[in-house]
Design a protein around this ligand. Structure first.
Ligand SMILES: [Zn+2]
Length: 435
């Protein structure tokens, strides 16, 4: 009896909670944003209009820049008391990875549904439309309290992070518009974590993707040439060598701390292409590898090693670099970096563990650090399953709302660091990892 009564109370409250969330303007804005399909390459005009309207509602200036046709970059400026100081850049990306309803989604991926379980479902709920709206809500909240922060704060929204930032962050960092922002610290995306911590990325592992074309004798399927003269034989040698290296790195990864994926280099053979008919020995077989360099790997030495392996695998093997990013430096997470101290103090005030880590992947922040600006990646989603790019991507409404409070504190701390405490040269807060 008592149990039944408790259940009724519990489910009653549960229902009320879910209903309440739907009345939150922040939640409604978030749902509306998810409903705009911003799959990379899609027309971003509706997203730009969405942000234009939000900027107008807050009376903050908005600029839209385009360095590649169809790839708008949106910038909202929240002016501080002293624009001569280095500003704070809050970056997020508008684009999301594709989502197909037929993949098994419980709710339409562009529906932004607040379900009865209290979760908001949709593509981009974790990666990273939640963060964009949280920045906005946090800044609006600060403004509503009649508080003007010391430093200028910019919200920047990128069009193509999911495919590398070639038309977004990369040209933006080289632009006069970016220079004029005089950025001292950039915040970028982090990740959800299924444990009660919020990871903070201070360095990224960079991407090398290589294509290996193995050319060999073409002959009828009934002939029997020496293995090492065939395209497949040469490919076998390449695969053997790279997967042997993979096995070594895999062992290192199994004993690596979850807070430092930088100690190993990941290698994955993701594409194998070749062959024309069942009875023809193919003259060409191609392999594509995705490699994420350990943060302590020397690029020149690794390149030389890779090229030696290919040379040893046989003749007529062509190596092409599809992408070959230089190592990204690390943002200091020590008492010598006042931006880190500001975040650490926010964590203390909020009583949440913010833990510096090197993640297995990479974000737009790697380009920012390379340009000499310190950057941290953080998405406030503790105790949340990692569903970035996954089917049924969701964020609990409660976690989403809590994230707004977290950003209010972090942004306030960062934008109120006195000018006397920071160097006018932000690059002093980034370092190349000691090799
Ligand atoms: Zn992302």
């Amino acid at each position: 009896m008592q149990w039944i009564l408790l259940s009724v109370i519990y489910y009653g409250l549960y229902g009320v909670n879910a209903l309440d969330y739907s009345n939150y303007p922040a939640i409604q804005r978030f749902q509306e944003y998810i409903q705009i399909n911003t799959t990379t390459g899609a027309n971003l005009t509706p997203a730009v209009e969405f942000w234009t309207q939000l900027a107008e509602e807050q009376g903050v200036p908005i600029n839209v820049y385009e360095y590649g046709e169809g790839y708008p970059i949106v910038v909202l400026k929240w002016a501080g008391q002293d624009s001569s100081l280095n500003s704070i850049q809050l970056n997020s990306h508008m684009d999301v990875v594709p989502a197909d309803e037929n993949e098994g989604w419980s709710y339409p991926p562009f529906g932004g549904v607040l379900a009865e379980d209290g979760n908001i479902y949709g593509r981009g709920t974790q990666d990273m439309k939640s963060v964009s709206i949280q920045y906005y809500e946090a800044l609006s909240g600060i403004k509503a309290n009649n508080i003007t922060l010391l430093r200028d704060v910019y919200m920047t929204l990128m069009p193509d992070e999911e495919v590398g930032g070639e038309d977004g962050m990369i040209p933006f960092l080289q632009s006069d518009e970016f220079s004029a922002m005089n950025v001292g610290l950039e915040l970028d995306e982090g990740t959800s974590y299924p444990i009660p911590i919020i990871p903070l990325f201070y360095q990224d592992k960079v991407v090398w993707q290589i294509k290996v074309d193995c050319h060999g004798v073409a002959a009828h399927g009934s002939t029997f040439p020496a293995t090492n003269t065939t395209a497949t034989g040469k490919c076998r040698n390449v695969i053997d060598t790279l997967l042997k290296f993979r096995d070594e790195q895999y062992i290192i990864s199994t004993s690596a701390s979850i807070f430092d994926a930088g100690v190993y280099t990941s290698v994955n053979l993701n594409r194998l292409n070749g062959g024309t008919a069942n009875n023809i020995i193919p003259s060409l077989v191609s392999l594509t590898f995705d490699i994420r360099l350990g943060t302590r790997v020397n690029e020149d030495a690794f390149q030389a090693q890779l090229e030696q392996w290919i040379a040893e695998a046989g003749d007529n093997i062509m190596l092409t670099y599809i992408s070959k990013n230089p190592q990204s430096p690390a943002t200091l997470v020590s008492s010598s970096n006042p931006y880190w101290i500001a975040i650490a103090e926010a964590a203390q005030t909020l009583r949440i563990p913010i833990v510096p880590i090197v993640p297995p992947g990479s974000t737009d922040a790697r380009h920012v650090r390379l340009a000499g600006v310190p950057a941290f990646g953080i998405s406030p989603m503790a105790n949340t399953p990692m569903l970035l790019h996954a089917v049924d991507e969701y964020i609990p409404a409660e976690t989403f709302l809590r994230g707004i409070d977290i950003y209010e504190q972090i942004i306030t701390n960062l934008a109120n660091i006195p000018g006397s405490e920071t160097s006018t040269d932000p690059s002093v807060y980034i370092v190349k990892t000691a090799l």
